[in-house]
Design a protein around this ligand. Structure first.
Ligand SMILES: [Zn+2]
Length: 249
């Protein structure tokens, strides 16, 4: 925890295709890492609901045994498209895509943000989407008490293997309580968690974060890797259009 828990005023203006909020705090820190005052009002914002872009979803381009050569080619092309899209919008990570697509590394765009009183670093373009998710959680998930203890955002090292690049290197992925919300399809020690060992009827029994939180993130373009073969329940990644997060007048 860094400093007092911030207060967020959430005022629903209307519901429907878009959900509108007035968000009174949760402002990111300045680029040099100094936290803004919790009293600093953020501008009122209307949060667009959106779904992840298909070609950015991992499960749509990972290769599996038994796939035809044609399907493999199509999936590789989709993966290349996803790498170019992320490089152009979020930064160039060596080994994936080309520096001509973006001269800056993702860290160039990093901002420290506060989420439920915890600080982490994320890409500046997705900060409004995190604000929208927190506002939605505060509005709709009060009945499911949960206070995160640890967050993990931007990383300077790729934690994926096999030619894949983690969305953490682009600063568009956020892990919530990695020690409590399991990743039973990941390598050890993640898959050795006791919650991965017992039979369950729902993935939500392999985590402590409420399902309501997952639904709140999903509303604003985050893909939850609990839905992936990895069963990475701690992990949200913003796969929506960063230009559509907030409605502009
Ligand atoms: Zn993650």
């Amino acid at each position: 925890m860094a400093g007092p828990r911030s207060r967020t005023l959430v005022v629903p203006i209307f519901m429907g295709a878009a959900t509108a909020f007035a968000v009174a705090s949760m402002a990111p820190t300045t680029p040099d890492g100094h936290a803004q005052s919790p009293q600093t009002p953020a501008p009122s914002a209307e949060c667009n609901e959106q779904t992840p872009l298909d070609f950015l979803i991992r499960g749509n381009w990972t290769l599996r045994p038994g796939m035809s050569a044609e399907e493999r080619r199509a999936r590789r092309a989709l993966h290349d498209k996803a790498i170019r899209y992320r490089t152009e919008r979020y930064g160039y990570f060596p080994g994936f895509g080309r520096p001509e697509w973006n001269p800056h590394p993702p860290a160039h765009y990093a901002r420290t943000v506060t989420f439920f009183g915890l600080r982490t670093r994320l890409h500046e373009r997705i900060v409004p989407a995190v604000r929208c998710a927190e506002a939605e959680i505060r509005l709709r998930c009060a009945a499911f008490a949960y206070q995160p203890r640890r967050l993990s955002g931007l990383r300077d090292r790729n934690t994926f293997r096999g030619g894949e690049v983690s969305n953490h290197v682009y600063g568009i992925a956020l892990d919530v309580d990695p020690h409590l919300n399991t990743c039973c399809g990941c390598v050890a020690p993640w898959r050795d968690h006791p919650l991965c060992k017992r039979p369950v009827t729902s993935i939500f029994e392999r985590m402590v974060m409420p399902e309501c939180w997952v639904r709140a993130f999903q509303k604003f373009g985050f893909y939850w890797l609990g839905d992936d073969a990895l069963q990475d329940t701690m992990h949200f990644e913003f796969l929506g259009d960063p230009d559509r997060i907030v409605r502009t007048p």
